[in-house]
Design a protein around this ligand. Structure first.
Ligand SMILES: Cc1cc2nc3c(=O)[nH]c(=O)nc-3n(C[C@H](O)[C@H](O)[C@H](O)COP(=O)(O)O)c2cc1C
Length: 368
């Protein structure tokens, strides 16, 4: 069995000192324009140095892609100095720094975009309360966003990151192009499953081109995706298995399956025999390494993920206890802090925005 403390080397040469990864989590701490703040640097530094890799909060690659206030920006060269500080805050004791890059698509509001109408593959609002109707992106705008992913990757390289993760999960723009709910286009960017994959395919190509053109060594590119949607029509696990099959043939370094619980079983009747994680791992069949995630709280959870993945990511447990990883690696689990008190918020550098988010996501682990 693979142990948590064994090293891992990606195809592009980057080596991780162990199998633990900090999952991408927005901090809601950046300045209004996306520049990293000192508090945010402290948040990362507090938690880094123990895991193999630390994936940052989602950073938007284009102004039209801002999803919420306090979000990190990567859409202009003026962000490079701040991103460089962020990379160096993470890179201690050999922990590798990976910048997550994304575009929010329809999952935002005109208020966040300074009065501009939100954009998406098609003019279909998300199924959530108060969702605004987006404007359909033009071909020219689509190409500009694809280039935005490329430029953000170049900035990540210049800033000293060890890699980027393309955020194709959690209902944001890349997933919106793949979904038959949000993508109703009849041109080259929509229609069949193959056409709905086109945007993802071109984003991956533009990101890997940025890496090749820069000549940087050991810089990795990962892709994060969500397995299924509840909307009708929506992405089903069978669609995702097609996606994974395509992505496994691309020059990527890893895939990352976004789940809130790594044990989750599909809603589709034909995929009930094992966990979604196991189906995805089987489909990849060794072509690329997989990161699993979702409700890891103990060493046993992190090891259980390694039965169906090469790396194990952890999010909320590290918010609650910044030294969760070292305590797990040292077999000192009894010392792990497992609940978050409102009185610890300042010490743990947890912003009001994240606290409010956690109130909805895990009220049972908060003490107010
Ligand atoms: C506060 C918070 C912010 C998050 N922000 C992001 C994000 O920016 N990008 C992303 O891909 N996932 C994001 N996620 C999802 C996590 O990466 C992870 O998949 C999820 O929390 C499940 O893992 P966990 O149970 O270990 O927390 C966020 C989760 C939390 C709790």
């Amino acid at each position: 069995m693979t142990t948590l403390d064994s090293t891992f080397t990606f195809k592009r040469g980057l080596q991780l000192k162990n199998r633990l990864v900090i999952a991408p989590m927005t901090t809601k701490m950046s300045f209004f324009d996306g520049v990293v703040t000192t508090d945010e640097l402290d948040y990362y530094a507090l938690r880094s140095g123990e895991v193999g890799a630390f994936i940052t909060a989602a950073a938007n690659v284009h102004e039209s892609g801002k999803g919420w206030e306090g979000e990190l920006g990567a859409y202009d060269d003026r962000f490079i100095p701040g991103l460089a500080k962020l990379a160096s805050a993470i890179k201690k004791n050999q922990t590798k720094a990976i910048l997550q890059i994304f575009h929010g698509g329809r999952m935002t509001s005109s208020k966040v975009l300074g009065g501009e109408q939100i954009v998406a593959p098609s003019a279909v609002p998300a199924e959530r309360p108060n969702a605004e109707t987006p404007r359909e992106l033009s071909e020219e705008e689509i190409l500009a966003i694809i280039d935005g992913f490329k430029q953000a990757t170049r900035r990540a390289i210049e800033a000293g990151f060890d890699g980027v993760e393309i955020h194709g999960a959690n209902t944001y723009l890349l997933q919106q192009f793949f979904s038959p709910h949000s993508n109703r286009r009849t041109d080259a960017w929509g229609g069949t499953l193959e056409k709905r994959f086109k945007f993802i395919n071109e984003v991956v190509d533009s990101v890997t081109a940025a890496v090749d053109e820069s000549g940087v060594k050991n810089f990795v590119v990962g892709y994060r995706f969500s397995p299924e949607e509840y909307e009708e029509p929506g992405i089903r696990l069978s669609d995702t298995l097609y996606l994974v099959d395509q992505l496994a043939e691309k020059p990527l370094d890893y895939l990352h399956l976004s789940l809130n619980d790594y044990r989750r079983v599909s809603v589709s009747e034909e995929y009930k025999e094992q966990s979604i994680l196991a189906y995805i791992h089987d489909k990849i069949n060794g072509r690329l390494p997989l990161i699993g995630v979702g409700d890891v709280r103990t060493r046993q959870d992190a090891e259980a993920i390694l039965e169906n993945a090469e790396l194990s990511a952890v999010g909320r447990a590290v918010l609650i206890d910044p030294h969760w990883a070292q305590k797990v690696l040292d077999n000192k689990e009894d010392l792990i802090r497992r609940e978050l008190s409102i009185y610890d918020k300042e010490e743990l550098k947890i912003s009001n925005g994240v606290w409010a988010f956690l109130q909805g996501m895990m009220p049972e682990r908060l003490e107010e």
